[in-house]
Design a protein around this ligand. Structure first.
Ligand SMILES: Nc1ncnc2c1ncn2[C@@H]1O[C@H](COP(=O)(O)OP(=O)(O)O)[C@@H](O)[C@H]1O
Ligand SMILES: O=P(O)(O)O[C@H]1O[C@H](CO)[C@@H](O[C@H]2O[C@H](CO)[C@@H](O)[C@H](O)[C@H]2O)[C@H](O)[C@H]1O
Length: 483
């Protein structure tokens, strides 16, 4: 194994976006591409982006890993330091590209200049071709600086400060580097680009994207999205923080929840207009219900206490399979309070349309029911109460969560397109669907928490119990109350 690959094998398991914490058994270079080094920074020896996977575990993702090889000098930013790049000469450092401004700057230039790089084959691995695609009309200012966005994320986002020719600050960009790369469209890119192109203010303006073509060891030549860049809203808070603050302090959240419902309905209506929709055929319904059952089986393996709820859960899903379904369309897919920003002068802005990370990309690219998104947000209100309750050691915030869900649904149903759906399908059937999707989301969350945050596992487990209980009138009552 080369020096760089053995350094990566040690470094990868420490990264939040890497699945699992085991050192890869057989780290394989799937391909790589190089970006031009800046003329005015002679300490950069090479900017290279590797696609790597653990060949001993082919079911795990292929990861995108940007790296900068730099001189070891006084200006080296030690935060991104991976190790000594001995193959690249004396005093050469291998730096995580996400921490190095040379990578961010090269990516912005690739997109802004509509550049293309045809990758050269490396020893043992074919080259990767990459294409920069700016949004029509997008204008790029001069690169000034970059920093990595800290936090619990599935991908790596880099904030880039830009400036006009006269030195005045220009609108900053957020450059999201997809870590697990998949053949096919990434819905985060396609959906947000379609929304932005339709003139929607409910997503950040798109700057552009990088797509790549590579040789997948199993599937041959494939293509997919590598990077997505959008306008960055500085200093704003996400709806999770706003909601927690209100729930803790008693500040009113009703109006904000209602506006969030309106914004959600607006996005659904736009997606139904600009992206394909399909009738929910009996096949589609059967598949969707079978997926819910499958997910429950998986969750029971990880969280055995769910087994006791199996009969009730089965009943809720079975009932959902018998009611009338609305037309299926593209949706957000992993909607929760952390995916929404409170932007002054714009209102709620939605982010991260990548869908649930635990579902396959093929599934996430299919039309789905808007009820999945509504259920996601309703679960999120419950999480606000759940997080506060875990902290307090007793139940708090239940009334707050109930009021937020009523206001959110009322806001959603004030939209004309949403009213048409109620008219066509009927409230009882929609309530049955909402309950099944809410339960399915809580089941998904048990898996997510078991893997990532075991201390929060009781939040979704209690929700599965509550939502599956035969007398649960929760979802139905909310739809009823929002009349
Ligand atoms: N355009 C933006 N403006 C301001 N903050 C943003 C923007 N896009 C993302 N963020 C912040 O970055 C976080 C992670 O972004 P997200 O798209 O959810 O990435 P991931 O796929 O890694 O979870 C968000 O929760 C939000 O706080
Ligand atoms: O934001 P991601 O796309 O990475 O989504 C995953 O992580 C979320 C947690 O950050 C998780 O959301 C769950 O926890 C939230 C509170 O932290 C809560 O508001 C959500 O309702 C709850 O589902 C999400 O499920 C997961 O896919």
């Amino acid at each position: 194994m080369s020096n760089v690959m053995s350094l990566l094998a040690q470094w990868l398991p420490q990264q939040r976006w890497f699945a699992g914490d085991q050192t890869p058994q057989q780290l394989e270079l799937v391909g790589s591409y190089e970006l031009p080094a800046p003329d005015d920074d002679t300490s950069v020896r090479l900017i290279t982006v590797a696609l790597v996977r653990d060949a001993a575990r082919p079911e795990t993702p292929t990861y995108q890993v940007p790296m900068v090889i730099r001189d070891v000098d006084a200006h080296l930013d030690t935060r991104g330091y991976i190790g000594a790049a001995t193959e690249h000469g004396d005093r050469a450092a291998l730096v995580d590209g996400a921490h190095d401004p040379a990578f961010a700057r090269a990516i912005i230039a690739l997109i802004g200049d509509e550049g293309q790089i045809i990758g050269a084959d490396a020893p043992g691995a074919p080259g990767v071709d990459v294409y920069g695609q700016p949004m029509p009309g997008a204008r790029v200012a001069e690169f000034a600086s970059s920093r990595i966005l800290q936090g619990e994320q599935s991908n790596t986002s880099i904030i880039c400060e830009l400036q006009h020719e006269n030195g005045d600050p220009a609108v900053p960009l957020i450059v999201k580097v997809f870590r697990a790369i998949h053949p096919g469209d990434n819905p985060d890119v396609t959906l947000q680009t379609a929304l932005a192109a339709s003139g929607s203010l409910r997503v950040p303006p798109t700057f552009g994207q990088v797509t790549g073509v590579w040789q997948d060891p199993e599937r041959g030549q494939v293509s997919g999205h590598f990077v997505f860049a959008q306008e960055f809203f500085s200093g704003v808070q996400d709806a999770w923080r706003v909601a927690l603050r209100c729930a803790e302090s008693g500040e009113d959240f009703g109006e904000l929840a209602r506006l969030l419902g309106e914004a959600t309905a607006e996005v659904h209506a736009t997606l139904a207009r600009v992206m394909p929709t399909v009738d929910a055929s009996s096949d589609e319904i059967e598949t969707a219900v079978a997926q819910m059952h499958r997910r429950f089986d998986l969750a029971v393996e990880a969280v055995p206490e769910l087994e006791a709820m199996r009969d009730d859960v089965t009943e809720v899903y079975a009932h959902a399979g018998t009611v009338q379904w609305p037309r299926m369309q593209r949706i957000h897919g992993d909607y929760h309070l952390g995916q929404v920003l409170a932007v002054p002068d714009r209102g709620w802005v939605l982010l991260d349309f990548e869908g649930e990370p635990l579902r396959s990309l093929d599934e996430r690219n299919l039309p789905d029911l808007p009820q999945r998104d509504l259920a996601g947000m309703l679960r999120s209100f419950d999480y606000v109460s759940g997080a506060l309750s875990v902290r307090a050691g007793r139940e708090v915030g239940r009334e707050w969560a109930d009021a937020a869900r009523d206001a959110f649904l009322a806001g959603y149903l004030s939209n004309l397109a949403a009213q048409d759906v109620v008219e066509a399908v009927g409230r009882d059937d929609l309530a049955a669907l909402l309950r099944a999707y809410e339960l399915d989301k809580a089941v998904y969350e048990t898996l997510y928490e078991a893997q990532h945050r075991p201390e929060w596992l009781p939040i979704p487990v209690m929700a599965v119990q509550r939502l599956s209980a035969p007398d649960a009138a929760h979802a139905a009552a909310s739809v009823e109350r929002s009349r």
